[in-house]
Design a protein around this ligand. Structure first.
Ligand code: TRP
Length: 331
C-alpha cells in the first residue's frame, strides 16, 4: 500500500525556540517511518519580510543541520530547500488566479505582520498563504503537522484544493492540519498566557535551541511563577502549568507524575529541574548540529538528493495542473 504523505516546513528566519522543537521537528521525526515525508526549509516564505542575504543563506544550512541533528533521516524523508524546486513558484502563480484578495487580506498572520512591518506590506506577504498552499498541494499531502498559528493557512490550502478540484476536476488531495499537542501550547516564560515566540523582545521570555546550558538554566530560574508554592497545574497557575508542560514534554512523563515528583519541593528546585531537563536534551542536539555544519559537502549532498526527490513529485503534479488549466505543454 502506498504510504500517506506528510508535508511541513520551517522558515529559516529567527531563532527556533523549544516550542518549535516540540511542536514541529520532534514530531516530524516520529512520522518518518510511517509516512512519505517531505520537510522543507521555507526560504521563499522568509523573504516576505526583510532578510539579510548572507544570514538567510547561513540560517538555511543551520536549519537543515538542525533537522538532521534532531533525528530526521535524509534517507527516509526528502529534506530540501524550497527555492531549489521551481514548481513551488510555478504552482503559486496558477493558484493565485483562484485565490481571492478578500480571503487573503483577512488572514490573521497577514494582518499581524502588516502591523509589525508597516513600512513593507509587500505582495509576497499577502500571497504567503498561497505559496504555502502550493508547497502542500504539490506533494498531494494528506497531513500537515503545524503549530496552532498555522492552522488558518492549512485551511486556505484546503479551500484552494477544493476550489480547484471543483473547477477543473479531481487534481489535488485535500490536506488536513495535524495540530500537535505539547509544543502547540508552550508559553512565554515571562508572560505565560502568551505563546513562546521566536521574536520576543524580552530575551528571558523564550528558550532558543541555540541557548547554552547556562543560559537555559538562567532563563528557567527567572521564569515567572504564580502565587502559592505548590507545583501543580491549574487554570489560575499559568506559569507553573507552562513549566510543568515543558518538563513533561522533555522528560516524557505525565503532569500527574511530575506533580508527584515535586510534592513538597519549592519553586526554586522545580525551576532548576526544568532547566536541566531541557538542557540535557538540547545540548547533544547542538553538538551534533555543529558537527554537521562543519561538513558542508555532506549537507550539500543531502540537499541536492532531497531537491531531486521533491522535484520528481512536484513535476508530476504541476504537469497535471497545467493540463487541467489548458496550458500548452507540447504534443
Ligand atoms: N508558514 C510556516 C511557518 O511559518 C512554514 C511553512 C511554509 C509551512 N510552508 C509550509 C508549514 C507548508 C507547513 C506546510 O511555520
Amino acid at each position: 500500500m502506498e504510504k500517506k504523505v506528510i508535508y511541513s516546513a520551517v522558515q529559516p528566519s529567527g531563532n527556533l525556540t523549544i516550542g518549535n522543537y516540540l511542536g514541529a521537528i520532534r514530531n516530524w521525526v516520529k512520522m518518518q517511518d510511517e509516512y512519505d515525508c517531505y520537510y522543507a526549509v521555507a526560504n521563499m516564505h522568509a523573504i516576505t519580510v526583510k532578510q539579510d542575504p548572507a544570514e538567510l543563506r547561513r540560517r538555511t544550512l543551520e536549519l537543515v543541520a538542525l533537522y538532521i541533528a534532531c533525528g530526521l533521516d535524509p534517507e527516509k524523508c526528502a529534506l530540501y530547500v524550497q527555492s531549489n524546486v521551481p514548481q513551488h513558484a510555478e504552482l503559486t502563480w496558477v493558484l493565485n488566479t483562484i485565490a481571492y484578495v478578500g480571503e487573503l487580506s483577512r488572514m490573521t498572520q497577514f494582518k499581524d505582520k502588516s502591523q509589525k512591518h508597516a513600512e513593507n506590506i509587500n505582495m509576497g506577504l499577502m500571497d504567503y498563504p498561497v505559496l504555502m498552499a502550493a508547497d502542500i498541494l504539490l506533494y498531494q499531502a494528506q497531513y500537515v503537522p503545524v503549530g496552532a498559528d498555522q492552522k488558518q493557512h492549512v485551511e486556505i490550502a484546503r479551500d484552494l484544493a477544493i476550489r480547484f478540484n471543483n473547477r477543473f476536476g479531481e487534481t489535488f488531495t485535500v490536506p488536513e492540519p495535524l495540530i500537535l499537542k505539547g509544543g502547540a501550547k508552550i508559553c512565554s516564560l515571562q508572560e505565560p498566557t502568551k505563546k513562546m515566540s521566536k521574536s520576543d523582545e524580552n530575551v528571558n521570555a523564550s528558550v532558543y535551541l541555540t541557548d547554552d546550558r547556562d543560559a537555559v538554566i538562567r532563563k528557567f530560574k527567572r521564569a515567572v511563577t504564580d502565587s502559592g508554592n505548590e507545583v501543580r497545574a491549574a487554570e489560575d497557575k499559568p506559569g507553573v502549568t507552562n513549566l510543568l508542560n515543558i518538563y513533561c514534554a522533555f522528560k516524557g512523563c505525565t503532569v500527574e507524575e511530575a506533580e508527584k515528583e515535586f510534592e513538597g519541593k519549592g519553586y526554586g528546585d522545580f525551576k532548576l529541574a526544568v532547566g536541566e531537563a531541557v538542557a540535557d536534551v538540547i545540548g547533544p542536539v547542538q553538538a551534533e548540529q555543529k558537527r554537521l555544519l562543519s561538513d558542508k559537502a555532506y549537507l550539500a549532498g543531502v540537499l541536492s538528493a532531497g531537491a531531486e526527490r521533491a522535484y520528481k513529485t512536484a513535476r508530476r503534479t504541476l504537469s497535471k495542473v497545467y493540463r487541467k488549466v489548458g496550458f500548452y505543454q507540447g504534443e
